[in-house]
Design a protein around this ligand. Sequence first.
Ligand SMILES: C[S@@+](CC[C@H](N)C(=O)[O-])C[C@H]1O[C@@H](n2cnc3c(N)ncnc32)[C@H](O)[C@@H]1O
Length: 257
Amino acid sequence: MDKDVGQSVTAQPTHWDERYRQSYDAEAGRYDQTRFGNRHGLYAKRLKNEWILDVLQRHNAEVVLDLATGTGRVAHDLVRQPFRQIHGADLSRTMLEHNREGVGENFESHLKLCQANMRSLAYRANTFDAVVLGSFLHLIPETDYVGYTDDIWRVLKPDGVLVAEVPNSFTVFNPVNMARIWHHKYWRHKRIKSYVAPWDLRRLFPLFKLDDLIGVEYPLVGKSFAFHRFQCRLLGRMPLTRWMGGRLMAVLSKDVE
Ligand SMILES: C[S@@+](CC[C@H](N)C(=O)[O-])C[C@H]1O[C@@H](n2cnc3c(N)ncnc32)[C@H](O)[C@@H]1O
């Protein structure tokens, strides 16, 4: 099938797909409370969304897709900004129901949600100025990155960008992150598939050009919100320390050559 004629690729679902659909359907009701229910989680969410917003504004994005949108961590902040259209897609219907409930009365009509597998999206080719993929890639092995991102390439406009949150293998230098991983993996029995080194990003996203890389999640620095935010912004941008963020925000543009 020609991927540029506006049809989605007909990818076979992987065994992760059914597993994650079931697991996020079951977890949807407590997802926000366990992730953003405390001060630290809320802070990390606000900071990451600020980065994302910044990137989208710099690229003059108007039509944006929040992919694997879940309960709307990113999308709910985006609908409060003057973008022309915000779409959200996710595999789990129950996550989407919570997303719809949480968006806020005045913003329901600003967010178009659809149940979809990102490996075969039902959007026309060249539809979006930007696609955001937050907190998803750690769930799949790095050998699957291409299979999960090639339909993103199709739905992006030629000058579009993918803003992807990538799990950083350098996180081992941060004991708080290590404790979190341990908790996730052994206490909550969630499988973690990939942590990747920053220099592998070009290889892992061969359809895209790596335009920028920002470090996020520096939990051991600072206490007060304003100071912490300043420190994180500084560390996340500086040449060496940005590679030490618990997660990396990769800004990847669609390579059409
Ligand atoms: C860790 S949650 C992240 C949700 C949201 N982006 C956030 O940052 O809070 C992962 C999400 O990916 C969704 N998901 C898993 N596999 C998917 C697939 N193949 N296509 C689309 N969404 C998928 C899950 O249903 C879940 O909502």
